[in-house]
Design a protein around this ligand. Sequence first.
Ligand code: 3H9
Length: 649
Amino acid sequence: MTVSIARHGEIATVTIDNPPVNALGQALRRGLWDAVAELDADPAVRAVVLLCAGRTFIAGADVSEFGKPPVEPHLPDLVDRIEGAAKPWIAAIHGSALGGGFEVAMGCRFRVADEAASVGLPEVNLGIVPGASGTVRTPRLAGVAAAVELVTTGRPAKAARALAIGLVDAVVSGDLRTEALAFARQALTRPLPLPVSQRAIAPVDAAFWAEQETAVARRSRGAAAPLRALACVRMAAEASFAEALAHERATFLELRGSEQAAALRHVFFAERAALRPAHLKEVAALPLRRAGVVGGGTMGAGIAAALRDAGLPVVLIERDAGAVARGLANLQAIFDGGVRRGKLTEDQAKARMAGVSATTDYAALADTDLVVEAVFEEIGVKRAVFAELGRACRPDAVLATNTSYLDPRLIAEGLPNPGRFIGLHFFSPANVMKLLEIIPTPDTTPETLATGFALGRALGKIPVQAGICEGFIGNRILKRYRAAAEALVRQGVAIAEIDAAARDYGFAMGPFEAQDLGGLDIAFLQREGARAAGQQVPETLGDILVRAGRKGQKTGGGWYDYAPGQRRPQPSAEVTELLAGQRLSAVAPMKRAAIASQLVGEMAAEGDAILDQGIARQGSDIDLVEIHGYGFPRWRGGPMFATRNRQAP
Ligand code: 3H9
């Protein structure tokens, strides 16, 4: 039974039980519709408490219904029906009341939330706007500014904030059902507040909308939904409830059928599938209670910070006392940054540091469940580390390398119990970037692989399995992308025009300005290493620049020039001269859309090769790698989705 009714004296409870997240599919909407009728007709009932079973309140409309024609009862009608019920309904919220779930809660006369609950309207993350009065009722509850923030960012508000801004009427600790029933009894002793739809919206000054439009457009970088959501709130503030509702519904239906919404739905389901891959369903992960990190540089410190953020005690190993001190200072700097940005309190930062013990002695790793190696990218150095780990760690401890380019099989050679070895490729800064490439070797056991995914989940990452090849999934595609960008330069397309095309497409930065920021020398050294090892690696345009001392912003110039202390790229006469001999005769000027299409097409072509070789398990994994590791615009769905769906860039 999806919806069940119980009576507690003059209060009824309506309990929704629709696992996993009580999404508002058609059967549930019908069940609630009928519950209103049944309770309206029962003279013994004076108020109704709406509860959910399971881990959360209603998490929203059922996203899997979005590709299909809407079926009655429609959600906006259901929200109106609950609001118009003869008895007041009280939403009792635990977990998350999101999207349609929060819209149902706003149809209720009161909202009572558990102290760990959150409420929000995340529809923009799916490329849509709320479609059942979210943009129209929220400003009536919490004011225009709060409504704009909620609907344009999609970020939920935690219970305490929701109470402070008026989204909920009470926050309770203890048993939610008991507390909500007590709230309902109290509420019946006082006059009822107006239904939300009848409340007034406090006016805002004219400049507000212009400021918000600029700010939202800047933030959303090509994503359509946030600006459309803003327009809906504006309509709510300036027109009648009914007009605003009709405008919101029309916008919702239009966007629901858009390419952006299809792309974002693809990402939504891909992300959830990535966390629990089907092939590991039956495999139990090993327990993760204590972790070790070898190497306290930028990468190692970032990994240690990520582990601490997830609550794991960390042993940090470095090779000498100076390096131990530098590693600790790197970690301290990360947590200090968290405090400066308001993400951590001073006390939390102290607790994060207190959970780290740093030493040169590998024996300190004796009782760790997992150790991640993040030392210099050189095979001999890494093998020496694993020889130590093989001696110091428990035989069942998972041992991971964070290599980005080396063959993990070579790193693991000679390691006792090679089944517990795995590649865990983090992206810098490792405590921030969501992507985690997981690279099993032929020896890695399913339990070790499952533990890699469990770690990814614990750290709040998007884990993606990759096979062994140079650069795994992400860096291999990056190489092709950069080569494609260089090929355009050789054809005579201006460097700045290529970067602008990538930005227009939705990337934060183009391929050349990104290299200038990160430094051209890392990839150069790697190519030089391969050349020294006898591999045929053709000379790139980047090589020419590095040989001329242009390594990027840090040397005052790379693909562009930079004025001292400035980060704004300026076209460079020196680069034009250095590359003059490399350009073919000028081609017809290319439109930016065609440039972007070519770049993304090359990424997808590499993705196809990666799939053919079994390096990635599915196209959606490649999309996740690009979105979470390389700044591919989420609302395009990733290179594989964008190319397959022939989106016009
Ligand atoms: C909306 O409401 C539009 C309305 O304004 C207007 C309509 C007219 N639908 O994330 P999890 C599945 S738009 C269908 O791992 P958690 C998910 O795929 C909606 N399925 O759990 C997964 O399936 P599986 C606005 C959904 O505990 C399973 O549930 N709402 C939906 O880590 C568990 O999910 C949102 O955007 C859904 N709406 O986190 C909320 N949601 O097990 C989206 C989840 O087969 N959801 N599933 O892989 C969330 O943010 C999280 O699921 C939540 C729980 C925080 C609730």
